[in-house]
Design a protein around this ligand. Sequence first.
Ligand code: ASP
Ligand code: MG
Length: 439
Amino acid sequence: MHMKVLKFGGTSVGSAERIRNVARLVTDAGRNVVVLSAMSGTTNTLVEISDYLHKKNIPGAQETLNSLRSKYDAVVEELYDNAEIAERVSHELERTFSFISHLMENEFTHAEEKEVLARGELMSTALMQGYLEQCGVRCGMLPALDYMRTAQGGEPDIRYITTHLRRMIDLEPDVDLWLTQGYICRNAYGEVNNLRRGGSDYSASIIGAVLNAEEIQIWTDIDGMHTGDPRFVENTRPVSNLHFEEAAELAYFGAKILHPTCVLPAKLHNIPVRLLNTMDPSAPGTLIANFPPDGTIKAVAAKDDITAIKIKSGRMLLAYGFLYKVFETFDKYNTAIDMMATSEVGVSVTVDNTEHLADIVDELKNFGTVTVESDMVIICVVGDLEWDDSSDFQARTLDALRGVPVRMISYGGSNYNISVLVRAADKVRALNMLNQHLF
Ligand code: ASP
Ligand code: MG
């Protein structure tokens, strides 16, 4: 379909003023599908309320709900001058507050928790719909709970989503734009669920894919993906073009701007993703697409809270089946390995999920001598890094890191990244040295 998908994150709709700003942006952009997240802080607050309800701390839940309500009351107060619309939106929001209040009376279930978490996005679209109406914009509502669905394995049910979403759009052809919620969905049994925290980007990408959109735009507060993380690195600059593979590595390895799951549907359907800035809408941002190889380093990202585990084989040389047993152990505890390095006598791997670390280490001791180091960081240099080209990226990367102790090095898993593991204490220094040398 000839349209774009525009997704706005929590801070972009975080106040009456920001909502007005987004309304202006989407109205100017034409007949597109607009995907909204919950207002910033809302999903966290809903998680907090759920936590109180699970703990049967009703006053805690009530107090948190009251403060959420007053935040929304203030937004309604500021956003609308049409009394009738204000009244209608308030009424709509009130459904959320009374729904949560009712839950305080009985046992709180996990299914109800999912319903609570879904309210944030529903409130965002209610606020936006009312405001667009006040501006005279005809806005078609596409309730995500009516089309966004996961299949048995938890993956999006693309066939279901495609038929339902397309039908809903066809039923409302005479509108200026369509509005929908990110993040929320139903599972294979029809129960309310979500695509996990930060999942609105994923929603946008799935919607773009099933509609065969022209482009998926992810609007945030920064002018695209930067060469480094501006929170830690000086003199970063936006990267104008990224290949899907490069974007996937960056998203996974800590660039907060794009959720890692978002890249896949767009990549599979070859739909360009553009990262744009609501504070500076005319800035070019970052375009993610199937660009031809260009042999350049694009950016550096870091992933925190990494634990390294070294297993030295009991025998001198790596016995046949050793790696298999090591991987099987991690698999058994549903723990994903991020990075690995091997030698003839042992293997080092890293994990970010340490929930089952004690059990894993205990079992690994059957196969070798085990050492664990925590407080590590993976630093990941991303770009079009063909091993046999002339850009010398390996030497340049290691050269940039002169003086920083490097615990592990990994390249060759893909042609898009070279990863090094350093101490968390060395992270900021290492990132700045890389930024200086590589860009
Ligand atoms: N509101 C959800 C969250 O905070 C989804 C999102 O913002 O992408 O996780
Ligand atoms: Mg987000």
